[in-house]
Design a protein around this ligand. Structure first.
Ligand SMILES: N[C@@H](CCC(=O)N[C@@H](CS)C(=O)NCC(=O)O)C(=O)O
Length: 247
């Protein structure tokens, strides 16, 4: 069974950063499966073999290896999607630019939202703690959105090319959190980010990934091969707990 596996992406709802891995898989246009994780419910035990940290996204590659962390998964998809412009040949300046942008997004931008998720997930009741977390989160997000708004002023896509890369999938997945947490009026405050988000929201792969999150039976462009039951998957050790593979 292992050898026959198509890549499998484990995505989390509600509103997970894993949306990016689904969008990128759809843009790649090669067969893949999905496993849905309801993050507010009890997580399936088997998932610990894919990611012992119990976080989404995670992936089983076509070789059956588990791969965790958005950055690694998106780079993996990007390298398979050089022809589509999703990523670049390793060692080239554009590959460096993409790595740099992805690193910024998964560290600085993602981290800016951390206090807001803490507030959301931990059910904090103390009004002082609540207001400190809220203010700190909002201030941090504003700093990053100001940077992104300037960057996007004269470019259609994040890296300035003519096609979206995996970094655009990730920015859409995270960028929607400002609205989720009702932080500010995006259109008035950061018009370039707003325009960018509006444009991506019209993209068929993005629409598909959002429908999937809603648990609809969306079909996508034909590369999605359906959901699979995690219990049916043969899962070896997660990549970061394994030894280096022989070259
Ligand atoms: N460093 C990881 C973080 C992944 C992460 O925190 N995922 C969130 C969803 S966006 C999650 O799974 N949260 C569930 C939890 O922490 O219980 C990455 O970039 O992939």
């Amino acid at each position: 069974m292992k050898a026959e596996l198509k890549p499998v992406i484990f995505y989390g709802v509600p509103s997970g950063c894993s949306l990016a891995s689904v969008i990128a898989s759809e843009w790649l246009g090669q067969p893949y499966h999905l496993v849905r994780i309801e993050m507010m419910d009890k997580w399936p035990e088997q998932f610990a073999r894919v990611n012992p940290r119990m976080k989404t996204p995670a992936m089983l590659t076509a070789q059956g290896d588990s791969l965790t962390e958005s950055l690694a998964i998106l780079q993996h998809i990007g390298q398979r999607g050089v022809a589509q412009g999703l990523g670049f040949i390793p060692g080239t300046p554009n590959a460096d630019r993409l790595a740099s942008m992805l690193s910024y997004l998964v560290t600085d931008l993602f981290a800016a939202f951390a206090p807001l998720w803490k507030l959301y997930d931990a059910g904090i009741n103390d009004p002082v703690q609540k207001s400190v977390l809220r203010q700190y989160g909002e201030d941090s997000v504003r700093v990053e959105y100001a940077y992104l708004d300037e960057l996007l002023a004269d470019r259609e896509w994040l890296l300035g090319g003519t096609k979206p890369t995996v970094a655009d999938a990730y920015l859409f997945a995270i960028g929607r959190w400002a609205e989720y947490h009702k932080l500010f009026a995006l259109e008035e405050t950061f018009p370039n980010v707003a325009r960018y988000m509006r444009k991506l929201a019209q993209d068929p792969a993005v629409k598909f990934a959002l429908e999937i999150e809603k648990n609809s039976d969306a079909r996508g462009n034909g590369s999605f091969q359906g959901h699979v039951d995690i219990a049916q998957l043969e899962i070896s050790k997660a990549s970061f707990t394994s030894n280096l593979a022989a070259a």
